[in-house]
Design a protein around this ligand. Sequence first.
Ligand code: SF4
Length: 90
Amino acid sequence: MARVGLQPARARRPRIREAMKFPLTQQLIDEAKQFELRSACRHCFYFDAANDRCRHDWPDEGQRRWPLDAKDSDGNLPTEVAFCKEFELK
Ligand code: SF4
């Protein structure tokens, strides 16, 4: 028997688009280097490098930054790091 019109509560929730953000600590920087973390768009299967865009049209909320401790355009060190929930290592 097929279900009609019923979805689990989880499927009805609105999609949360914000990147996950965490404080950028020295421990995170050290462990990212130690374990060769890859988390930026440039490492992601969904990144279209030729057009410098996400194939899923996610905005850049900081998840493109690489390395994690790369300076901001104003020369300041970032205080947080953003991770995308749809990241797929390529
Ligand atoms: S899915 Fe996320 S990590 Fe991958 S390219 Fe798009 S924004 Fe970047």
